[in-house]
Design a protein around this ligand. Structure first.
Ligand code: PGA
Length: 249
């Protein structure tokens, strides 16, 4: 099997560094016991834990399989952005990836395709790898057109080479576990969505996200069309997350 990416999007969890360390320790124990090297883990903690997580990754066996990602990036490196974290800061903390265009930022915080596009450009400018989330809010109506328009706005002005550097994650909004009535997509339906996405980003690796658990991780990770999964809720349930990593081997 080709190398698979597993992205752990912790969102606004856990509440303490002690708990965060517990999750990372479990992952470290797992990799120590089964070092096949097939999995590339990207841990995206909340900003408050990034510095500690970077130190831990640097000084433990996690460094063999895990890298650090951020959940967001400021629109620019200018200092006048209260509450924001710049790409320059992320680079200095050994962050390698940034989640861009997550639906919680698009729909709950009102970030437009233009804002997403600007953040994507900032990420590339800092030589960080964007994990770009794409996905429809509903399958009702012409969702192919929705995806096509979202991809066009998100990647506007980028060269084919730049788009090829992105990990593009198909993450249908209705499948995200925190949304009411959420249920995971099926591999067959996700493949149907890829018939629209793949031609638009021909050189990018594709991931799937949305209600990944230990029960369905293998279904998506064994698909040659997907190079990995983006995991939200289950990424902070440490026993379950280890099972998801096992499914990637
Ligand atoms: P979920 O979240 O795995 O809890 O559905 C995925 C995400 O929002 O990135």
């Amino acid at each position: 099997m080709n190398k698979k990416y597993v992205v752990a999007n912790w969102k606004a969890l856990p509440e303490s560094w002690a708990e965060a360390q517990g999750i990372l320790d479990s992952i470290s124990e797992y990799f120590d016991a089964s070092p096949s090297g097939n999995t590339s883990l990207i841990v995206c903690p909340p900003f408050v834990f990034i510095e500690e997580a970077a130190k831990l990754l640097d000084t433990s066996s996690l460094s063999r399989n895990a890298e650090l990602g951020a959940q967001d990036i400021a629109l620019s490196d200018q200092p006048g952005q209260t509450g924001e974290i710049s790409g320059a800061m992320l680079e200095k903390l050994n962050v390698r990836y940034v989640i861009i265009g997550h639906s919680e930022r698009r729909w709950k915080l009102g970030e437009s395709d233009e804002v997403t596009n600007q953040k994507l450009k900032m990420t590339l400018q800092h030589n960080l790898t964007p994990i770009v989330c794409i996905g429809e809010r509903t399958r009702e109506g012409d969702y192919h057109k929705f995806i096509t328009d979202q991809v066009a706005g998100t990647f506007a002005g980028l060269s084919a080479d730049e788009i090829g550097k992105c990990l593009v994650t198909y993450e249908p909004v209705w499948a995200i576990s925190t949304n009411p009535g959420a249920k995971p997509d099926t591999p067959a339906d996700a493949l149907e969505a890829l018939t629209v996405i793949r031609p638009l980003v021909p050189d990018s690796l594709l991931l799937y996200g949305g209600s990944i658990t230990q029960n369905n991780a293998h279904d998506f990770l064994s698909m040659p069309e997907f190079s990995g999964v983006l995991v939200g809720g289950a990424s902070v349930r440490k026993e379950e997350f280890v099972e998801i990593l096992r499914a990637a081997e």
